[in-house]
Write a protein that binds this ligand. Structure first.
Ligand code: U5P
Length: 543
């Protein structure tokens, strides 16, 4: 996987890393047709595959960063949804049937792991799944698996536009890859309940609650983790570029830390698989070599609560070999390294492992003076990014694995998208002509000489406008389906940024498809966003 980063076909210049300038520059690259996009850089900079670039929303000078932190699940460890989420799905179904007496038919259901995507919103009460834009306008809506008619959608959600936040408790955000299985199961249950009256007595909200609780239990009772521990290779992507990336950061003089909600035993298994020495056919979970890459590891962190200083969770030091929790007197004073790790002969003594606590403890351990000196990298907008940035002021990078395919498709579809824009402009132009014609009729009136001609011209324009509208609609649907057959592009809803994209823009200083993309840039890089453009500026620039 590591080598693949440098072999990819679509390359871009590392100097233009932001989405906006890349977009503008992209139009100059058409001489390369549909083939590989090799960007020549006037500065002679390094070329980076567009799918591996780090995109910048807010300036971030790495020179000011003294500590880089990582989330583990779905950030360092990329699970294979086809096996991992399927396991969660199957475990959840069994719990619903055997523990909560849901109908046994559920046991025959299968999971389409590609159907749900991040950024969707579940309407728990109504059994609907929604995709909305940054203004919270619901553009795509399904009741279970049935697409809602436009009238139905508008009648249900237009009035909620101004007063509904589409947040908990009535709505659930599908903003982590962990939620794909539960969203799919919820849609199946809604469908089943509608088609089989009386078979499920619980209402839609109750069904969601049951699914959520069952999924969560699968994560906590060993259903998932024991299986992953037995055969990590089946559930987690191997990635040989993680260790070099973390080493690079450490060697640049920065502290590195891990803050994960997973507990120590599981964290050790996953991190060993990702960073430990591997022989050809086996790996060992009893080796703690991977700790050498971190200064502090905090497990069972209970994010997002962890990011709040006033969070009173006790801090324990973990004895890596026995997994025993050692009292730290809640972090004050911190136990000196020697006393807690002296027995652990094969462990790198510079790394300390903890459970719980809060961000204050972590800052003390790493001697962080200001929150803005920390960069934290995670995959979950709500759990990792929003709170760490908003409440704490940490700098953030969001990992969005879906981005790699999305930007590659954007590149492939760039001509189609230009066509779409031209069709929109054409329709606007016709609509303006219709308006002017109507205006002149209103002021000048029609007479026997020009009346028929003007009305015929009006009909012709209306007809043209409708034709262009239909053509645009067909092309747009095709484009939408290329990204995802049901939900379209992750970062767009129609012509607007999706709600998900809006959150990425607001809360993630940087975003990228894989955490290891960091190693493609200098650890001292100053990331800069492209210039912001208001619509009036874009119009002027386009002239
Ligand atoms: N997890 C749950 N319940 C869920 C989803 C995830 O307990 O519904 C657990 C995962 O199994 C993992 C942790 O142990 O949350 C996520 O950790 P991280 O993303 O902080 O590394």
């Amino acid at each position: 996987k590591g080598n693949k980063q440098h072999r990819s076909s679509i390359m871009m210049d590392a100097m233009g890393v932001d989405g906006k300038t890349s977009q503008l520059k992209g139009t100059n690259c058409s001489d390369l047709g549909q083939g590989p996009c090799i960007w020549s850089s006037p500065e002679g900079g390094q070329k980076i595959d567009i799918g591996k670039q780090i995109f910048c929303n807010r300036s971030l000078n790495m020179k000011n960063i003294v500590a880089v932190g990582f989330d583990m699940d779905y950030t360092l460890a990329q699970y294979k949804p086809e096996t991992f989420e399927s396991l969660a799905y199957e475990g959840t179904v069994r719990k619903l049937v055997y523990d909560l007496q849901y109908p046994s038919e559920l046991l025959d259901w299968t999971f389409d792991w590609k159907y749900m995507v991040r950024g969707l919103v579940l309407d728990k009460k109504r059994g609907n799944i929604l995709k909305m834009d940054r203004h919270k306008y619901v553009k795509v809506a399904y009741h279970g698996f049935r697409e809602m008619s436009k009238e139905d959608k508008v009648a249900t959600y237009r009035s909620t536009l101004t007063r509904d936040s589409f947040d908990e408790p009535d709505y659930a955000l599908i903003d982590t890859l962990f939620s794909l299985a539960e969203a799919y199961l919820f849609a199946q249950l809604v469908d089943f309940k509608d088609k089989n009256p009386g078979k499920i007595l619980a209402d839609y909200s109750r069904m969601y609650k049951d699914v959520r609780a069952a999924v969560d239990l699968c994560h906590r009772d060993g259903t998932l983790k024991q299986m992953v521990a037995k055969d990590p290779r089946r559930y987690i992507e191997e990635d040989t570029s993680i260790v070099p990336m973390i080493k690079m950061i450490k060697e640049s003089g920065r502290a590195t830390f891990l803050v994960t909600n997973s507990l120590w035993d599981y964290t050790n298994i996953v991190m060993n698989f990702l960073c430990g020495e591997k022989t050809v056919s086996s790996w060992s979970a009893t080796n703690f070599d991977w700790l050498q890459y971190f200064d502090v590891v905090i497990t069972g962190s209970a994010k997002p609560g962890f990011f709040h200083d006033e969070n009173r969770a006790n801090l324990f030091e973990v004895d890596p070999e026995s997994g025993m929790l050692l009292n730290t007197d809640n972090g004050t004073p911190m136990p000196p390294v020697d006393t807690t790790l002296r027995l652990l002969s094969n462990i790198d003594k510079s790394c300390r492992v903890f459970q719980g606590g809060n961000v204050g403890h972590l800052h003390k351990l790493l001697s962080i003076e200001s929150s803005s000196q920390v960069l934290y990298i995670g995959d979950h907008i709500y759990g990792d990014i929003l709170h760490s940035k908003k409440a704490l002021g940490w700098r953030t990078m969001l990992v969005v694995p879906e981005l790699e395919r999305e930007v590659e498709l954007l590149w492939q579809l760039r001509d189609t998208r230009k066509q779409l824009q031209l069709l929109r402009n054409e329709r606007d132009h016709i609509e303006d002509e219709i308006h002017h014609l109507k205006w002149s009729i209103r002021f000048d009136g029609v007479n026997d000489d020009n009346g028929e001609k003007i009305l015929a011209e009006l009909d012709k324009l209306k007809c043209q406008s409708e034709q262009v509208r239909l053509k645009h609609q067909r092309a747009q649907r095709e484009c939408h389906r290329m990204f995802h057959k049901v939900w379209g592009q992750l970062m767009k809803t129609g012509h607007q940024n999706s709600r998900f994209a809006h959150q990425v823009e607001r809360f993630a200083c940087l975003y990228t498809s894989q955490v290891t993309n960091l190693s493609l840039y200098s650890p001292d890089k100053c990331y800069r966003p492209g210039e912001d453009f208001m619509p009036h500026e874009i119009n002027i620039l386009a002239l």
